[in-house]
Design a protein around this ligand. Structure first.
Ligand code: 4AD
Ligand code: MG
Length: 473
């Protein structure tokens, strides 16, 4: 039996499909391990495409049916996992450089064709969201997840090359200082029967941390503590917002990259944001072309062109006030009316980027009333040195600002907003002791991925999306 023979012959070590297709030597004896994507053939020969996740491309196994019994090939159907060994030969027409003339096969696990949900191709993205546990096995999600990985690597590399320190800010926090959105409470108290104070409130002093705690909405405040010691830091971690926003651009759990830099003013902050995004997009174009081509062909014919354009475009830098004027004079009917003082909606942001300027826009000097307490106040008393980076198809991809370094002004603002300065004593200490001009921003990782992959729903660029009423897997 072929199998026994090969056991004695010693099975060659596994080579990944990416390696075989790009550098595999014709004539070599090789083993491949992976999941069957398709099987077809006739009574003389079977063709089996196998993918192992190392590349969007599958390798073709060719089984000469004279050398294999029916029972040997029986469990080989879409979704099954196997090892195959054979000779690497020039491909006759599978679209790839090489294929494997199989001499031996070992089935690790079958996948009943009547039950396997990915038996057929061409499922909708909506359907795939319902089987998020299996969708990484599709070409689309393989491509998206490899690009996601490449971008995470490129982010760490970018900051490392620039001498930034990766600061791991906490996920559990007692401060809601950002005010960026509703928070998820973290507690070990008995939900049915919590301890109460004399006045009948839940007594969080008896909770695990001895106080009320939540999942973080941003690592920025801790990032500022780091920047005031290490100079340039960044956080890159999961972030949580309990808003009930069921949109294609919001997740309840998303990842955010937040650099924070001592001695940067708003202009340097903008320069960094622009250079950072461009360098990430460039990295994707250099290292993820196979996956990008696939997504370009399948979903978005302008994807690669759009990515190239962003790399060469000079981002527009515009005052919020100017932006509002452009919108008011656009003659465009917006769902939300626009005037000085309103928070811009994504329809407004996209109008500026897609219709008016046709390139990314960095909007600055927002009204202070629609921005967070920590932003540096301008001398006009009305605006703050905020900067939002607006992107085609996405709207806001980055939010950031120069920070208010004056203790006095910061305290005034905190009081004005009715916030409790006492709970922020640790943050305010940065302004008490050796304060300095500093700036930072937050890039939504999944918003970046929406742009880079051309996918249109944020649920499709994170492996296991967390959205209202959705956390099963
Ligand atoms: O504008 P945001 O709320 O800014 C902050 O949290 C600041 N503390 C950042 C900083 O200065 N360090 O959020 C920053 C970015 C947004 O521009 C957006 O890309 C993303 O985070 N984001 C979300 N992404 C997915 N789902 C959500 N619910 C998001 N909320 C914000
Ligand atoms: Mg924002």
């Amino acid at each position: 039996m072929a199998r026994l023979y090969f056991k004695m012959m010693k099975i060659p070590e596994r080579t990944k499909v990416a390696e075989l297709l790009s550098r595999g030597q014709e004539g070599a004896e090789v083993s491949v391990k992976g999941w069957v994507r398709t099987k077809r053939g006739n009574k003389n020969v079977a063709f089996v495409a196998v993918n192992d996740g190392s590349t969007i491309n599958s390798i073709q196994l060719v089984f000469d049916l004279q050398n294999f019994s029916e029972s040997q090939l029986k469990g080989i159907s879409t979704g099954a996992c196997l090892r195959a060994t054979g000779k690497l030969v020039a491909s006759q027409g599978s679209g790839q450089r090489v294929e494997i003339l199989a001499t031996d096969v070992e089935l690790y696990g079958g996948a009943d064709p009547d039950a396997y949900p990915l038996q057929k191709k061409g499922h909708t993205l909506e359907f795939l969201r319902e089987i998020a546990h299996l969708r990484p096995r599709t070409n689309t999600f393989g491509a998206v997840l490899r690009i996601r990985h490449a971008m995470a690597y490129a982010i760490n590399k970018y900051f490392n090359d620039k001498g930034f320190v990766y600061l791991h800010t906490p996920v559990v926090t007692a401060s809601d200082a950002e005010g960026a959105g509703a928070m998820f409470r973290v507690t070990t108290l008995d939900a049915k029967n919590p301890p109460l104070t004399e006045s009948g409130e839940v007594n969080f002093a008896e909770d695990f941390f001895g106080r009320e705690t939540s999942l973080t909405v941003s690592g920025q405040l801790e990032g500022e503590l780091g920047a005031m010691a290490l100079g340039e830091v960044y956080t890159f971690g999961p972030t949580f917002r309990a808003e009930n926003s069921n949109t294609p651009r919001h997740l309840a759990e998303f990842w955010m990259i937040e650099p924070e830099m001592a001695f940067y003013e708003i202009k340097e902050n903008m320069d960094l944001a622009e250079d950072f995004i461009k360098s990430l997009v460039r990295y994707a174009l250099e290292r993820c072309m196979d996956d990008l081509k696939f997504l370009n062909d399948m979903y978005d014919k302008e994807l690669i062109e759009r990515l190239q354009n962003v790399c060469s475009a000079e981002f527009v830098r515009l005052d919020y006030g100017e932006g509002v004027k452009i919108l008011e004079q656009s003659g465009q009917k917006f769902e939300f009316p626009v005037s000085w003082g309103v928070d811009l909606q994504s329809e407004h942001e996209r109008y500026l980027v897609e219709n008016h300027f046709k390139k990314p826009v960095i909007l600055t000097n927002y009204p202070k009333d629609i921005k967070a307490f920590y932003m540096k106040q301008n001398d006009d008393g009305k605006t703050v040195r905020a900067m939002d980076v607006l992107f085609p198809r996405i709207g806001e991809i980055i939010g950031g600002s120069q920070r208010e370094e004056s203790l006095e002004k910061l305290l005034l603002r905190i009081n004005e907003l009715g916030m409790d300065a006492k709970t922020l004593w640790w943050y305010l200490d940065t302004r008490r002791f050796g304060t300095a001009p500093h700036s930072g921003f937050g890039l939504g990782f999944e918003r970046l991925l929406l742009f880079v992959t051309g996918m249109s729903n944020i649920r499709d660029v994170i492996p296991f999306p967390r959205t209202p009423k959705n956390a099963e897997f």
